[in-house]
Design a protein around this ligand. Structure first.
Ligand SMILES: O=C1NC[C@H](CO)[C@@H](O)[C@@H]1O
Length: 435
């Protein structure tokens, strides 16, 4: 009888629906049309790349707290961090690694992520966590193939052959044993309970998005239609797998945009069409892509500016067409004269950052689907230890991973002009959240 009565009350609409989430507990970042929302407001990303955040959470907590406070003071509200690294023989990879062998995870480094997330939550920051790496500096997909296909982990810093590296690394997507271990890592993270806060990761709003990998590519620039189809399927299957484990958090790919999609716009759109991919990502690297020569800025700046402006805008137009938000989650420029020296000026970097921010923040203010940025990358108090600027185990970690000179793209805590630039534009994005 009670059931019948309840049903009739429900039918009559007399029963109140569940109360809205309380304002006190932060809500999960969600997507509403082409915007992020959080706590009932639009949400914008004024973010940093901080790949080594969990490493500091395990090995240098005093420095971590200082870095988080400095970034918070700059208006940074989001950090893009590496989840795991894989043990490898490759010289240019970070050590120690989280995964020493398939299924063997270093609990201390996993607890480093717990601490990082706990401290980020205290500062009302959110995390984008990437679960693998197309590149070699954390072991990544090439190391999975070394484990399961027996092929050598190819370090492009040694082979100097990126085309072969990219074509071979894309075999990861179809190697069943590698995919099984990758899903073990995904499940280990998503089902983990934070040992600092006691919160299950899957129920913690400090996490904004699970990201399939850092810069996953379909292969190299001459990827075949078959390789492109494999890539699209891997994204859709993995995103669906994550969604099946965790319906609270967003899912993203970590794509660079066209540069990471064999310059094939149709591929970029297909790769992000899955209903389980909640927003688009893109990255902008004028120096890496040969658009600017840092030793001949006068001769190459205009060409780089033209290409960068187009790249910045065309991806926002793709997002508009696809009806999903997009985040520029990586961009960077080296120090003047291609110097790695922390004392070198950052005139060109600051000029480039301003170009990026004027497009990203300007179009966000116009209501376009660009949801913000993460600059690459926060170096903070980290300092290069060696005269040749290469990283060795035990040296400070900083924005530049071990495959690059320590000081290449890092923004240090002494880079006052760049920090001021970031803070000014972060404030403009946060002003949009109050609407
Ligand atoms: O994800 C990345 N994108 C570009 C960075 C700087 O070259 C690089 O360090 C990293 O692999």
């Amino acid at each position: 009888k009670m059931i019948a009565l309840a049903a009739s009350l429900l039918m009559m609409g007399a029963v109140a629906t569940a109360p809205a989430a309380s304002a006190a507990a932060p809500e999960f970042v969600a997507v509403k049309k082409t915007q992020f929302t959080r706590n009932g407001h639009p949400y914008y990303i004024a973010g940093a790349n901080f790949w080594y955040g969990a490493y500091l959470g395990a090995n240098d907590r005093p420095r971590l707290l200082k870095e988080l406070d400095t970034m918070k003071a700059m208006g940074i509200n989001n950090l893009r961090v590496l989840a795991v690294s894989e043990k490898t023989d490759m010289k240019s990879a970070v050590r120690p690694a989280t995964t020493s062998a398939p299924g063997k995870y270093d609990e201390r480094l996993l607890a480093g992520m717990d601490y990082l997330l706990a401290e980020m939550a205290k500062r009302d920051m959110t995390a984008v966590i990437y679960l693998n790496n197309f590149w070699q500096w954390s072991g990544g997909m090439t190391q999975y193939l070394n484990w399961f296909a027996g092929t050598p982990a190819l370090d492009p810093n040694v082979t100097k052959d990126y085309e072969t590296y990219m074509r071979e690394t894309a075999r990861f997507y179809t190697n069943e044993k590698a995919q099984a271990e990758y899903r073990n890592v995904i499940r280990t993270f998503i089902n983990r309970k934070n040992t600092v806060t006691g919160k299950p990761y899957a129920g913690d709003p400090v996490i904004m998005s699970w990201q399939l990998a850092n810069e996953p590519r379909p292969g190299n620039a001459s990827s075949t239609p078959e390789e492109k189809a494999v890539y699209v399927k891997w994204i859709a299957d993995t995103a669906a797998y994550i969604r099946g484990l965790d319906r609270n958090h967003l899912v993203s790919t970590g794509s660079e945009g066209l540069a990471g999609s064999a310059h094939d716009a149709e591929l970029f759109e297909k790769a992000h069409a899955s209903k389980d991919v909640d927003y688009l990502t893109y990255h902008l690297w004028p120096k890496n892509w040969g658009w600017i020569d840092s030793k001949r800025v006068d001769a190459t700046w205009n060409g780089a500016l033209e290409k960068s402006s187009h790249y910045l805008n065309v991806h926002i137009d793709y997002a508009k067409k696809m009806g999903k938000p997009i985040v520029l989650e990586e961009f960077g420029m080296d120090r003047d004269g291609a110097s790695f020296d922390i004392k070198a000026p950052t005139t060109v970097r600051d000029r480039f950052y301003k170009v990026v921010f004027d497009v990203v923040v300007g179009r966000a203010e116009q209501g376009d689907p660009i949801a913000g940025f993460n600059f690459w990358a926060w170096g903070g108090a980290g300092r290069a230890a060696n005269a040749d600027y290469w990283w060795k185990e035990g040296n400070d970690l900083m924005g530049d991973p071990p495959q690059e000179e320590q000081g290449l793209y890092s923004v240090f805590d002494t880079d006052k002009s760049t920090i001021a630039l970031i803070r000014g534009y972060a404030d403009r994005l946060h002003a949009l959240e109050r609407k």
